[in-house]
Ligand binder design. Sequence first.
Ligand code: SF4
Ligand code: SF4
Length: 469
Amino acid sequence: MFIAFGFIAYLPWSKLFHIFTSSANQFFRNFGPRGALTKLDLEDENAESFGVGKIEEFTWKQLFDTDACTRCGRCQDNCPAYLSGKPLSPKQMTQDLKANLDERGSVLIKQKSRKTPAEGPARQETAADEATAAILDKSLAGGVIEEETLWACTTCKACEEQCPVFVEHVQKTVDMRRYMVLTESQFPAEAQLAFKNMENNGNPWGVGMATRADWAKDPGVKTMAEAGQAEVLYWPGCSGAFDDRNKKVATAFVKVMQAAGVDFAILGAEETCCGDSARRLGNEYLYQTLARQNIETMKSYHVKKIVTQCPHCFNTLKNEYPQFGGDFEVIHHSEFIADLIAKGKLNLTKPLDKKVTYHDSCYLGRYNEVYDAPREILKAIPQVDLVEMKHNGSKSFCCGAGGGRMWLEENIGQRINVMRTEEALDVKAEVVGTACPFCLTMIGDGINAREAGEAMAAYDLAELAAAAL
Ligand code: SF4
Ligand code: SF4
């Protein structure tokens, strides 16, 4: 009995306490949509700051995460930022937060217990007080966690996918980014440019917003204003509307929908950036402005069903717009095309005769668990030899552009997109199928960087489907 009770008493002071904290952390994990970040109340008049600037501003669950971490290192072993040599390890970040919680927490508790009698005699300043002040003054974002660490994250969620105790890293990173952007106004210069462009022209490139529907003139796509009503709203997103490479994807998807007889229209110049990159870069104010504007526009046309080829738009429209009253049925184009094929509305008959590999987008796969539909499209194209890369499905390797990283320079370590392209070259794929405009750009750049343009090319699934019609 002595040994048994002694062991129980010892548990909270030993590593074995993880038996409880890890289990409890699984029990209290987020059961909401995986891809949704929390909504920040920007109208809170009592708020002294926004985002998380001090450890005690995290929620109790976020703090509990740091206790639950068993330091197994699986998050770090699967983190593209860490593996490419960036100053970010999700394991180290979790441990640094825990150390700060222990240190700062004990100082705050001591201060509190001291204050009650301290309403009495004045105290002498001591060296210990100076050390205490240093602990209290150290900022969390940009101090305990380096600025470079915060901006290195692609929000790919590989860490969360691998973590056996459901530690949630991405929300913490975004909370600290929110503090840097909204309270401190400290963020990379490239992010400033992207924010300004989104604010002024509703797209990160800063192309004039009036030209948003120019790509759709040739394929003869109607806007909602022209059509009045349509069964499906096609959302090309900023990439589909403004980026030359991705305009081809939008055009191919239109061809597919026209072949299947889908009744669709676009918002055209009334569409604005969905705000995904702004939110993930910490600019919640800009995100909410854009989201509210889009929701209002879509509601004015009584939109019910939306299809988009961008997993970032897909994720935020589907999982985050409901936070602002935007409840729509949102479908990714890979699911939409796979469904058209399954229903016999689309016949893919032209053979491709190539070795094809599919690159899972983080925001489609890990965020929304769409893994099968893209592969079903590829299997429906005659003579496609489908091969999988080393990292695939839920263990896929990020292209490096998520979390707003698309708009930031990548100056440290190896380039993540090149590492991913090398995985496709390793399986000797001739075609890399993508289902995300960012992935398409990043893999395309990776192929150019490896001078592998003769052996391999990247295409969106809509392009492959359109070519097989
Ligand atoms: S979300 Fe991705 S890049 Fe960010 S810490 Fe996790 S694994 Fe690393
Ligand atoms: S995978 Fe989870 S438990 Fe393991 S080190 Fe990372 S955060 Fe901690």
